[in-house]
Design a protein around this ligand. Structure first.
Ligand code: NAP
Length: 526
């Protein structure tokens, strides 16, 4: 448990919509940020008259260059804050914070936003705000991370504030006591002796929103719901609370996560966090969007070179780092070596151990559905990374495998390595009629541009015994519909996804795998 707060940011154009969002946010949030700059000009007055000020409300009236919704001059903002409304807490930009009647607002947040990247002089900006001639309770610094290592500078501000907090508190208390002596009366203590909200915006910065509270950040911002984000990388309050359990995390929390690019679509955080929650483990699983793997491992993970100290215990590894991760590992298990790809890393005593759970994750649902695979004739469509894991697992079971690929030259390497047959993939041929099982290991059918596509049609698979699509989103692909239309039993990609995640959970922890919770979490998300 930590002392941090979850702040839901609400942003609407009319008074009615704003009030409706505030009401919904009350159930989830410790603090509500009311973005007055989102309102139509004509709605501001009526909105402010309808809001009853509460201790946990914070108003913003932000100009566009600081992330607001409208162009606002300094004078317009100064006039606004001095207009005599009954404001609650306020979040001010640096240029207005010293000039307005700040003692009317509790708390006073002074914020700095940069949507281009991390400025070189971030520490100076922090020092400048810290030393501003204003009664600031909280410094908020929100800057865009374009790669994950950009987040280091932001995290260092939190470490700096933590190191300085006792001396800041002592200094402020001394000032208050001196003032009290002068006035010969007591003054209420501030709600905070200066704290910080460090935010790295963007997908790469998501982890700072999840781990901030555990490491002493005053607050973390959340959206009212998925799709209502007011800043890039924001997570819904429900997910922060229920999936990432951010209020329960602390500095000892074990950190797991998925490293890849992209990772925003990943269902793994939902499955693994559901498992951690089930066992009440002090552990969290986070999406880490990593473009440069070397730099991420060197500057953020490896104990001997890292610049910040996070309690990493393991990773899932996905595209495009499954092969590249291998040179960074201290040990690689036999299955991962044979497949030539690692999708799971466990960190034990600072040493990095690599595994591959795709093969077992693939074969387990197939064995459950089909039974003994010895001598089964299996067509694998596609010759990429997933196909490698499938072919390895199928060969181990004693199946007869044939690869069907569009790029024969490229696929020849794979076919030779595993000593399997290779044929061209085509929607015309009838070569599939003699197979027992057909596996789709191409991305055809995946949500988005490829959603209506299928590698083969019903006519080609009507005599096979089972089809297995590795694509898991959507739950039912066009390929599976083709099979169902001719009465062929199917396995969807979600089965493999959950099964490989369960294998990962086994590798990372000593606990029983909560199968039901993990699969329900993935299914709900889809
Ligand atoms: P990959 O390494 O990029 O390989 C994709 C393969 O599909 C390549 O052989 C590629 O051929 C072929 N391909 C791509 N587009 C094609 C098209 N339009 N027509 C015919 N063939 C095409 O990707 P991967 O990692 O193997 O993943 C493949 C699929 O499996 C993805 O959809 C992924 O989401 C899914 N998957 C699911 C799970 C799970 O747990 N359910 C796990 C892993 C992967 P070229 O070599 O000619 O480009």
């Amino acid at each position: 448990m930590n002392n941090g707060r979850i702040c839901v940011s609400v942003c609407a154009e009319t008074a009615d919509k704003m009030l409706e969002q505030i009401e919904r946010a009350e159930d989830l949030a410790d603090v509500i940020e009311i973005r007055l700059d989102c309102l139509n000009e004509s709605e501001i007055d009526s909105t402010l008259k309808k809001i009853d000020c509460k201790e946990n409300y914070i108003f913003t009236y932000r100009p566009k260059n600081q992330g607001g919704r409208r162009e606002l001059t300094l004078k317009e903002r100064e006039d606004f804050w001095n207009s005599g409304y009954d404001f609650c807490g306020g979040d001010f930009e640096e240029d207005v914070v010293e000039n307005h009647l700040y003692w009317l607002y509790h708390p006073v947040i002074c914020s700095y936003h940069n949507f281009d990247g991390i400025p070189d002089h971030l520490t100076q900006i922090y020092e400048r705000i810290k030393n501003a001639n204003a009664n600031i309770d909280v410094i908020k610094i929100a800057v865009q991370a374009n790669d994950i290592t950009d987040t280091i500078a932001v995290w260092k501000l939190l470490e700096r504030m933590n190191a300085e907090s006792e001396s800041i508190k002592a200094k402020k208390l001394k000032e208050i006591e001196e003032l009290e002596k002068k006035l010969n009366s007591s003054i209420p203590r501030p709600i905070s002796f200066l704290q910080i909200i460090p935010i790295a915006m963007g997908e790469a910065g998501k982890w700072t929103r999840i781990l901030g509270l555990a490491h002493g950040a005053f607050m973390t911002y959340a959206s009212l719901e998925t799709g209502k984000e007011t800043a890039s990388g924001q997570i819904s309050a429900k997910d922060l609370i229920e999936t990432y359990r951010v209020r329960e995390l602390d500095a000892q929390t074990e950190i797991y996560g998925i490293i890849g690019n992209p990772v925003s679509h990943s269902l793994s955080p939902f499955m693994h966090n559901a498992a951690f929650k089930f066992h009440n483990l002090n552990a969290v699983y986070i999406p880490f969007e990593v473009k440069n793997l070397n730099e991420f491992l060197r500057r953020m993970v490896k104990p001997e070179t890292r610049e910040i100290d996070l309690n990493f215990k393991g990773f899932s590894v996905t595209i495009p780092h499954k092969q590249a991760i291998i040179e960074h590992l201290d040990f690689v298990d036999e299955t991962a070596k044979a497949i030539g790809a690692v999708n799971t890393v466990k960190i034990i005593g600072g040493k990095f151990h690599g595994f591959n759970t795709d093969a077992e994750g693939f074969i387990e649902p197939l064995r459950n559905s089909y039974g003994d695979l010895r001598d089964a004739k299996i067509a694998v469509l596609g010759a990429g990374g997933a196909a490698r894991a499938c072919i390895y697992a199928l060969k181990k079971e004693g199946a007869n495998v044939c690869i069907f690929a569009r790029n024969i030259e490229k696929a020849k390497i794979l076919a030779k390595e595993f000593d399997v047959e290779l044929k061209p993939l085509s929607t015309q041929h009838s070569a599939l009629s003699t197979f027992d099982i057909v596996v789709n290991a191409t991305p055809l059918g995946t949500k988005g541009k490829l959603e209506n596509e299928t590698p083969i049609f019903a006519e080609q698979i009507k005599s096979v015994k089972l089809v297995y699509d590795l694509v898991y989103n959507p739950f039912e692909t066009q390929f599976l519909r083709e099979a169902k239309s001719v009465g062929v039993p199917t396995i969807g990609g979600l089965a493999m996804l959950v099964s490989q995640a369960m294998e990962q959970f086994k590798i990372w922890t000593q606990f029983d795998v909560p199968m039901k919770e993990m699969s329900q979490a993935a299914f709900r998300r889809l």
